[in-house]
Structures are given as C-alpha cells and as structure tokens.
Design a protein around this ligand. Structure first.
Ligand code: FAD
Ligand code: NAD
Length: 466
C-alpha cells in the first residue's frame, strides 16, 4: 500500500517548492516531484539566479575596467577570467538549490526525484531516479515553462543558444546577435557586451521591452545604445544557417521588404517562453491545455478536474518567479481551507540591466487606453544627492496616481537599484496608499529612495529638490 499524501506538487520551481513548504507549514502531508535532479526550477538553475550572478560579475568587471577610475580608484591590468566567473555562478546555483533541499527536510516535505505523470485522479506515477506511484488527495501542477522556439532557427546550445546556453558560453563571442529585445535579450545581451562581445539585438516590434511604460522604454533604449548595444528594431529573423565562421541569419523588415543576412559567432534566441506540460498526463483526468498551451484555472487555481490545481508559469500571466511563489502560497492556503489570494495589480517586474528598470501597476499607455484620469509625478536621479555621490545619475522615477483619489496606480523607475527602490511603492499599493501618503513618509537622507518621495511630491507639483 503506497503512502497517501494530502498534496503532491509536480515541479520543484519557485511555484512548486514554495507551495510544498507552505502546505507543510499548514500541517499537510506533502511530496514534491522534480525531474531535473535539483530543486529550484528554471529560476534557480537556469534563470533568475545564474543570470544575476553573471550580471553582477560582468558589471564589476566593466566597472573595474572602465568606471571606478572616475572615482579615483585606479586599477591597472584588469583581465577577465571567464572560467572563474562561471565557477562562481555555478556555485551560487548549487548552494541555492541545495538550500531548498534543506528547507524541504526542515519542513518535512518529501522530495521525490523523477518525472511525475498523472495517471488517474489522485495518482501520480513517478519514473526516473525514484520510481513509484504516489497517491494523494490534491495535485498541484507547477511544471513551469520552456524556451519558445523560433521556426527556421534550430537551437543547438552551442552557436545558436537559448538563455540556458547563453549562461554557459565557454568563451566570449566576438559577435553576438540576440533575437528579441525583451527581458532575457537585454539582460544576457548586457552580460556579453560587458565582457567584450559586439552585440546586436534584433526585435520584431519597433521598440524594446514591450510591457514597460513608453517613456521608460525610450530612455532604456537610449541608455543601452550608449553602452554599446546595437538595436535593429522592426525586423524579424526568418532563418539561420550554420557556417564555418558561426551563424548566418536571414532578417526581414517586420512590415515586409528585402531580406538581409547578418552574421555572428553566436545567436541567442530570446523571443519568450511557453508553458511546459510534456508527459504530464493531463488527459488521464480529462484536462487539456488551451490554444496557447496554458492550463486554465479558476480564481482558486482549481482546474476543471476536481482536486487538481495549477500555478506559476504553466497557467500564464506574468512569467515571474515571485508571481509563481505568491500563487504557491495562495493555493496551499486554499487547499488547507484558508483564503489564499494574490493581488495581481501589485506584482513588481524588474529588468536587471544597468541601470535597472522596474515597474509595478499600470503604465501611462494602459491608463489612457482604459480612460482613467491620472496625474504624473517625475523626478530625475540627476537631482538626487546620493546618486550624484555615487556618480550614478542615469534615469528617473515616474509615478502615476488617480486624478480624483490620488491613489497610486503605477510606478516606473529606470535608475540605480530601481528594483529595490520600487519595493516601497509595491507595499504602498498593496495598502491602497495615495501619493500624498508616500510623499509624507520620512525618507532617510542621503538615499536613492528620496527620488521616490520627490516623484510622489511631484504628483502634486511640489517637489522640493528640482
Ligand atoms: P519553473 O521554475 O519552470 O519550474 C518548473 C519545474 O518543474 C522545473 O524544474 C521542471 O524540471 C519541473 N517539471 C516539469 N515537468 C515535470 C514533471 N512532469 N515531473 C517532475 N518535474 C517536472 N523571474 C523573475 O521573477 N526574476 C528574474 O530575474 C528572472 N530571471 C530569469 C532569467 C532567465 C534566463 C529565465 C529563463 C527566466 C527568468 N525568470 C525570472 C522567470 C522565472 O524563472 C520563472 O517565472 C519561474 O521559474 C517560474 O516558476 P515555476 O515554478 O512556475 O516554474
Ligand atoms: P519577452 O516576452 O520578455 O521578450 C521577447 C521579445 O521578443 C519581445 O520583445 C518580442 O516582441 C520579441 N519577439 C518575439 N518574436 C520575435 C521574432 N520572431 N523576432 C524578433 N523578435 C521577436 O521574453 P524573454 O525575454 O524570452 O523572457 C521570457 C520570460 O522570462 C519573460 O516572460 C520574463 O518575464 C521572464 N524573465 C524575467 C526576468 C526578470 O524578471 N528580470 C528575466 C528574464 C526572464
């Protein structure tokens, strides 16, 4: 007789492992099935964490080679030790994924290594390292997402890579073409540019970073171009051929026109991610995916099959680790009979370029489209004392507030440590704060966060330092 669980989570990424821990905290008997041989999912293994390790290390390299001299710190003979940088990144990954195993033990979550397949309501067959059949009252699907392929451009993870290959190139390519000016393209494009590659980003749309506020997008393009990223906007890649020198790409104007050939040592395909449900056995409980491959759920993450829930990238929405985590907590609480809930209006989004780009809530374009009357407050980092002291003044804070109620509806930052700075606005929005509430909160001096206070004051046309 096999062990009976209250919850079996399929997938050990940020959605799945957090769900498993929260469910165990609530006294449920929980197992988590993961097939990649390590916990942490895309995020810890081939996503958020390794990319940030390389972003930080490459930023330090560029700063040492080109920028700290401006502050009177003269460093001679800066050289790149790529294997050591990669070893740092790999160690961060294994330390973090090992940390999740420790958390599972601490919370008494059973970690089952192998691929999970739903075979009947409440039954999961595991193949691989620890083959067995698990029986459970509830199943939570958290199988995440995978790279969206581009027809005609075959990824080999050597000269034509996805983000996974771009995180472990053995040498710095002389030339790199990135297909897609989204988050991955700009983050990993920045890493390799800083390390010495000549990087060209080909984007289908005629602007970069589609979901961001228009003003921020324009500033981001200006800043990244100044740093040396080349942009070919309004173009699509229609084919790729491997040559002795590298890769030849066929590129056409998105609106139609003559094709041209671009060549590069390495090509990074970064045109988005798609939900992953391969081999999951959805059909055994009468489920299928929608036209875009996502699993559909109701407000309580319940699929159409009783006792089968789904969370994270596999259900769509913002494909972000912290969004998956919030859903993991919410579904665990709902299964335990509590009232889990996620406020999708206050999920931050951060691009870890330099400067960082961060947003929460509505963009100005969205408010216009929705016919909402709003006020804007803006403040540049050039007018912030700490940013000047740090010689890091690129960018601004932009706040959008309701014209009648003054409630904060959105905040957009491009600038130093934008991601961390944004967090106070996320909390403010979670509590339904007005711009006046934030403007009247004392902000320590000298801090970059004073730029947030000033932008909030600017909503009422009374900034103090500009
Ligand atoms: P995943 O993390 O994809 O985890 C799903 C897991 O399920 C995988 O480990 C998979 O092996 C496992 N699995 C699938 N099917 C089965 C099965 N049948 N049986 C057993 N196991 C199975 N997000 C951020 O918020 N911030 C960032 O900075 C950030 N950076 C990123 C950088 C890159 C390069 C990439 C690719 C993504 C990045 N993301 C970032 C996105 C983030 O990684 C995802 O949104 C997040 O990992 C989604 O979590 P998840 O739990 O839904 O799925
Ligand atoms: P994305 O959706 O952010 O960007 C894809 C870009 O590719 C878009 O600008 C799109 O217009 C463009 N594009 C699509 N088809 C194209 C084509 N044929 N030719 C040229 N351009 C094309 O996707 P991504 O950058 O691959 O990232 C995937 C997901 O991973 C995102 O949803 C993101 O949320 C997540 N992620 C998050 C972070 C972060 O939070 N810092 C970092 C990396 C990835």
């Amino acid at each position: 007789m096999s062990e009976q669980f209250d919850v079996v989570v399929v997938g050990g990424g940020p959605g799945g492992y957090v769900c498993a821990i929260r469910a165990a905290q609530l006294g449920l008997k929980v197992a988590c099935v993961e097939k990649r041989g390590a916990l942490g999912g895309t995020c810890l293994n081939v996503g958020c964490i390794p990319s940030k390790a390389l972003l930080h290390a490459s930023h330090m390299y560029e700063a040492a080679a080109h920028h700290v001299g401006d502050l009177g710190v003269e460093v001679a003979g800066v050289t790149l030790n790529l294997p050591k940088m990669m070893a740092h990144k790999d160690k961060v990954v294994t330390d973090n994924t090992g940390g999740i195993e420790f958390l599972f033990k601490k919370n008494k979550v059973t970690y089952v290594k192998g691929a999970g397949r739903i075979t009947a309501p409440g039954a999961i067959e595991v193949t691989g390292e620890q083959p067995q059949t698990l029986t459970t009252k509830n199943i939570v699907i958290a199988t995440g997402s995978d790279v969206t392929p581009l027809p005609g451009v075959q990824i080999d993870e050597e000269s034509i890579v996805s983000s996974t290959g771009a995180l472990k190139l053995a040498s710095v390519p002389k030339t790199l073409i990135v297909i897609g000016a989204g988050v991955i393209g700009l983050e990993l494009g920045s890493v390799w540019r800083r390390l010495g590659a000549e990087v060209t980003v080909v984007e289908f749309l005629d602007y970069i970073l589609p979901p961001m506020d228009g003003e921020v997008r324009k500033q981001a393009q200006r800043t990244l171009s100044k740093q040396g990223l080349n942009f070919l906007l309004g173009h699509k890649v229609t084919g790729a051929a491997k040559t002795n020198e590298g890769v030849a790409l066929t590129v056409e104007p998105a609106a139609g026109g003559d094709a041209q050939t671009l060549t590069a040592d390495v090509v990074l395909v970064a045109i988005g991610r798609r939900p992953y449900t391969e081999g999951l056995g959805l059909e055994s409980v009468g489920l299928s995916t929608n036209a875009r491959g996502f699993i559909e759920v109701d407000h309580d993450y319940q699929t159409k099959a009783q006792g089968v829930f789904a969370i994270g990238d596999v259900i769509g929405g913002q494909m972000l680790a912290h969004k998956a985590e919030e859903e993991g907590v919410a579904v665990a609480e709902l299964i335990a009979g509590q009232s889990g809930h996620v406020n999708y209006g206050a999920i931050p989004s951060v691009v870890y370029t330099s400067p960082e780009i961060a947003m929460v809530g509505k963009t100005e374009e969205q408010l216009k489209a929705e016919g909402v009357a709003y006020k804007v407050g803006k403040f540049p980092f050039t007018a912030n004392g700490r940013a000047r002291a740090n010689a890091d003044t690129e960018g601004f804070v932009k706040v959008l507030a309701d014209a009648k109620t003054d409630r904060v509806l959105g905040c957009h930052i491009i600038g130093p440590q934008a991601g961390d700075l944004l967090q106070e606005v996320v909390v403010a929005m979670e509590f339904g704060a007005s711009s006046e509430d934030v403007a009247r909160s004392s902000h320590a001096h000298p801090q970059l966060g004073e730029a947030i206070k000033e932008a909030m004051l600017a909503v009422d046309k009374r900034p103090l330092h500009i």
